[in-house]
Ligand binder design. Structure first.
Ligand code: GLU
Length: 446
């Protein structure tokens, strides 16, 4: 039974690990990277992970930062800043998405790269963790500008990535088309074998995998389907609300609906809509694709009302699914949230303070490294298909994805039972266990 979590993380001393002093790392509670490393080190202490593995994981292996000029449509040149942080590659090539967003900073990319190391280890794919990004607003770029920004970035980092070394993928603000330009540019500037496998999340027509687009949303639903029965719940007949109705949110919403649940409220950067009888998740997806957001959906004949942000957060639901950016569940929002389970479909959506409040309210948090791991899992399948020059049907992709997600969910449940910790700490423990075993065999060079 998923009883009220042992409040292991939030009640202990923040950033109390001696590794912080040893590596001269600040103790800044508002820094996402330090927050994540703090939780990882806390789990490492419980697992008694050797000191050398703890210090290795506390800092990324490589932090790459580039500046590059791009000719804009009006003829002037603009300078862009790009990042690729390679956190760890003990289990295999670096792997992780590429984010195009106006608010991308080095510490965020570092944080997300560390989460990828944990995520890949937990879901048993043979990868390490990385993350990248370009500081830009993709919505304000024309299609041609977006293509030139992408191609020029690939040229800038081509020597530091590769199909057996570091494999980017889509993330916030990027999509299959951006991955196609990425692969095409890389294939033009290198002569590596299997160069097409340098990125995943490509279009089906150009080396992509069936099922990759919906994979992150589907992974969230697979985890919920596996874990809800522990609290005497199932998807059928139960309610959820979603923040974000982009790729991840809309697929999670549609699949929740398809499996008999009701999506009663959705909020994104344009507004929020609700329907206590259940929104039409498919019509809402079509609407968002056309209009760019949920605002105005209440004016369509699909039965929805416009609600305020506060009304959205206070809507009573069984499962609350954050599927947008990091750190959205602050203390204020956590106080308003009225749910039994939070399923973190986005990376790091809950602040430590928000987490403390939710836990005090008895809310179970299914952590991001578990819930949001479906995308990278199907990325792995895409990479295998590229490397073997053979392609899988959708049934095989769905079945294999489910197998990885269910196995990871069981590992988290076992770690929770064994160590009596909250689910986030349990997920880190399960991920670190695999990493620790790899380091034990490999040793440290020289
Ligand atoms: N950006 C996604 C994530 O955060 C996918 C990464 C990948 O497929 O490599 O998990």
């Amino acid at each position: 039974m998923m009883s009220k979590a042992t409040i292991a993380s939030p009640s202990r001393e923040l950033m109390g690990s001696p590794v912080f002093d040893e590596l001269g790392m600040e103790r800044d509670p508002d820094n996402l990277y330090l927050q994540i490393i703090d939780s990882v080190l806390h789990a490492a202490e419980i697992l008694e992970l050797p000191h050398h593995v703890q210090i290795i994981l506390a800092q990324p292996k490589n932090e790459i930062m580039v500046h590059f000029p791009v000719k804009m449509d009006d003829g002037h040149h603009a300078l862009f800043k790009g990042y690729r942080v390679q956190h760890n590659n003990a289990l295999g090539p670096y792997k992780g998405g590429l984010r195009f967003h106006h608010d991308v900073h080095l510490d965020d990319v570092k944080a997300l790269s560390a989460l990828m190391t944990m995520k890949c280890s937990l879901v048993d794919v043979p990868y390490g963790g990385a993350k990248g990004g370009i500081k830009c607003d993709p919505r304000s770029l024309s299609r041609d500008e977006l293509m030139r920004v992408t191609r020029r970035f690939v040229a800038a980092i081509a020597q530091q990535i590769g199909p057996d070394y570091d494999i980017p993928a889509p993330d916030v603000g990027t999509n299959a088309q951006v991955m196609a330009w990425f692969a095409d540019t890389y294939m033009s500037v290198t002569e590596k074998q299997d160069a097409i496998a340098v990125v995943t999340g490509k279009p089906i027509e150009f080396g992509g995998s069936l099922g990759r687009e919906k994979a992150t949303g589907q992974g969230v639903i697979d985890v919920l389907q596996e874990m809800l029965p522990e609290v005497g719940m199932e998807i059928k007949g139960h309610t959820c609300s979603l923040i974000g109705y982009g790729n991840v949110g809309s697929w999670a919403g549609k699949l929740w609906h398809e499996r008999g649940g009701k999506v009663v409220a959705v909020m994104d950067h344009t507004g929020a809509v609700a329907n206590p009888q259940g929104l039409d998740a498919i019509a809402l997806d079509d609407y968002v694709r056309e209009k760019g957001g949920v605002a105005g959906f209440e004016k369509t004949p699909h039965g929805a009302t416009k609600i305020t942000e506060d009304e959205f957060y206070s809507t009573k639901v069984d499962v609350f699914i954050p599927a947008a950016l990091e750190q959205m569940i602050t203390a204020d929002k956590a106080r308003m949230i009225n749910c039994k389970i939070v399923a973190e479909a986005a990376n790091a959506p809950t602040t430590p303070e928000g987490e403390r409040i939710l836990m005090e309210k008895g809310v179970e948090i299914l952590p991001a490294i578990l819930c949001s791991a479906g995308g990278v899992t199907v990325s792995y399948f895409e990479w295998v298909q590229n490397k073997t020059h053979s392609y899988w049907d959708l049934e095989k992709v769905d079945e294999e994805l489910n197998r990885h997600m269910v196995k990871a969910a069981h590992k988290v449940q076992q770690a929770r039972k064994r160590f009596g910790v909250d689910l986030r700490t349990a997920a880190y423990i399960a991920a670190l266990d695999r990493l620790g075993k790899a380091y034990k065999c490999r040793g440290i060079f020289p």
